[in-house]
Design a protein around this ligand. Sequence first.
Ligand SMILES: Nc1ncnc2c1ncn2[C@@H]1O[C@H](COP(=O)(O)OP(=O)(O)O)[C@@H](O)[C@H]1O
Ligand SMILES: [Mg+2]
Length: 150
Amino acid sequence: MEPSSLIVVGVDGSEHSLAAVRWAAAEAQVRGARLRLVTAWKVSTLMYAAEAFPPPYTVDLEAEMRRKAEDMLEQACEAVAADLAGVEVERMVRNGPAANVLCEASAVADMLVVGSRGHGGFSGLLLGSVSHQCAQQAPCPVLIVRGPAA
Ligand SMILES: Nc1ncnc2c1ncn2[C@@H]1O[C@H](COP(=O)(O)OP(=O)(O)O)[C@@H](O)[C@H]1O
Ligand SMILES: [Mg+2]
């Protein structure tokens, strides 16, 4: 593998995604690759539709969601700081549907790493919708980390 190889990881703050970061960090050490930790955020239309909170809004939802995403990624990095030691790490926070954001961020990547599940979704599923969509659409090999058992 070239010294400039790139491993992209999807981080939503869940334990599953932290397991993905740890796995990717170990792989980056072996390959001499750099890591790109990517968090996607999106304002749900449901948030605007909530009856209990009719407009006008005094809070800038978009700015608030972006800030929360940045904070979450920062905390995730702190949680796995020991695993990231010695690895070149770049953080990326982007607006958009998570799988699309991850696939775009992986355009020139050697590998995309995600957890099998995340924060949301339906507990019966073996695979979350983001990891499923990445497996189908990513422009590079995808590694799905079966993280901590539910
Ligand atoms: N908003 C997001 N930004 C970046 N990565 C994400 C995001 N959501 C999910 N992922 C990645 O996809 C993995 C699987 O999550 P997901 O498919 O959303 O499962 P669930 O349905 O359980 O939430 C996560 O462990 C994480 O690696
Ligand atoms: Mg999810």
